[in-house]
Design a protein around this ligand. Structure first.
Ligand code: NI
Length: 408
């Protein structure tokens, strides 16, 4: 396991001194909730047991909430006793189609499904935040919406939740979310102003040539030769069309063609993904991809069928909100070394849709602990994180809410 940021100066333990007693006391519950959710993972828009688990807790705590938003989403509403802003916390609740390989008492009981990205932890932290804020609502300035969002891993629950009006009535002014992050050790927070995560796009491509005898290439249009040239030429987009100071990725993940050693393949199938931070690349990259494909096909007499989908835009943090999270993290971690200021990943996130609508900040909460064997990467069948981070997540959320709840 390698850390994205591998500095000997980074702490690898959690300073719990700055977590208030009321939140510290929640820690055993946070672990229980996380494990209950972990045991019964559900895929996007099918999070029924998970949604019922969340709704049951909200009912127990008498927190008003709405269920069934964008199928399985939930929004809880906590109105403070004092005037102030309307803020939101967002947590994703879905799991992945992965068979869990961990031998732990709370391992997945759903065959082929697993919370391998930490969304079970996000849900527990959001529940803990809701509980704390509701318990202390008299002191709370303004209103807080806690958004439990389905299907982050795909096809995406943020957009339909926004379309259902979760940011309205009352209108949310700012939003915060976190991702537990095994690329960072326990006791760290990764945050930055601007793009934290990349835009995520996918495409599939069929090259249609003309098949024939492997010994008589002159009678054919060889789809494998055409597709191979396309794969090579696509590499020039990042190296030759994009400003070297911008980061981007064009990856071909699939290449299927042919059925026999002596037959020239009629068609070839490719698929790939595109990632970038700079929103200006949103149109440039797909245009370059298509013009390369079309030019090469043209020169060989092949045809093509391209399906290009822009899944999630880049996750871009508002400077003021990023500064809020940074200062709160520094306070809680009690060491500036714990805040990794220029943390970025080419991974994608549909938190981005919320951040396109209103100012907000998404950040990484370091959750790896190699000493306990808890450092497998996200989406790995043995992914797990150090649960001591859960109370830290609640403390950071609550402090951010408190620090910016008052109207200016
Ligand atoms: Ni995730």
């Amino acid at each position: 396991m390698t850390f994205a940021i591998n500095s000997p100066n980074l702490p690898n333990s959690l300073n719990l001194d700055n977590i208030r007693p009321q939140i510290k006391e929640l820690q055993p519950n946070l672990v229980n909730w996380r494990r209950s959710i972990h045991k019964r993972p559900e895929l996007g828009f099918k999070e029924e047991i998970t949604a019922e688990f969340i709704a049951k807790k909200l009912r127990e705590w008498s927190i008003p909430h709405q269920t069934g938003i964008a199928k399985t989403g939930i929004v809880a509403l906590i109105e403070g006793g004092k005037p102030g802003k309307v803020q939101a916390i967002r947590a994703d609740i879905d799991a992945l189609p992965i068979q869990e390989a961990n031998e732990v008492p709370y391992r997945s009981q759903h065959d082929g499904k697993m919370h391998a990205c930490g969304h079970d932890g996000h849900t527990a932290i959001a529940l803990g935040t809701a509980y704390y804020l509701a318990q202390n609502r008299e002191e709370l300035h303004g209103t807080v919406k806690i958004i439990f969002q389905p299907a982050e891993e795909g096809p995406g629950g943020a957009k339909p939740m926004i379309e259902s009006g979760v940011l309205e009535n009352p209108d949310v002014e700012q939003i915060i979310g976190l991702h537990l992050w095994n690329n960072l050790p326990l006791g760290t927070v990764g945050v930055r102003s601007g793009a934290l995560m990349a835009a995520s796009e996918r495409f599939s491509l069929k090259i249609i040539g003309r098949g024939g005898h492997g010994a008589m290439p002159d009678q054919t249009v060889d789809s494998i030769v055409v597709a191979s040239q396309i794969v090579s030429a696509l590499q020039t987009i990042v190296s030759r069309n994009i400003n070297p100071l911008d980061s981007a990725v064009v990856t071909i993940g699939e290449f299927h063609a042919g059925s026999s050693f002596n037959v020239i393949a009629d068609s070839a199938f490719l698929s790939g993904t595109v990632r970038y931070f700079n929103p200006l690349l949103e149109s440039i990259i797909p245009q370059r991809i298509e013009s390369i494909i079309s030019g090469i096909c043209d020169s060989h007499g092949a045809r093509y069928d391209l399906d290009y989908q822009q899944l999630y835009p880049a996750t871009v943090n508002d400077p003021r909100m990023a500064e809020l999270v940074r200062s709160v993290a520094e306070e809680v971690l009690e060491t500036p070394m714990g805040v990794v200021p220029e943390c970025q990943t080419m991974g994608g996130e549909d938190m981005s849709f919320f951040l396109q609508k209103i100012p907000g900040c998404y950040f990484f909460l370091g959750s790896a602990n190699p000493e306990k064997g808890l450092a497998f990467p996200h989406h790995h069948p043995r992914f797990d994180f150090d649960e001591t981070v859960l109370a830290m997540g609640v403390e950071i959320f609550v402090r951010c809410i408190e620090a910016s709840g008052k109207n200016n």
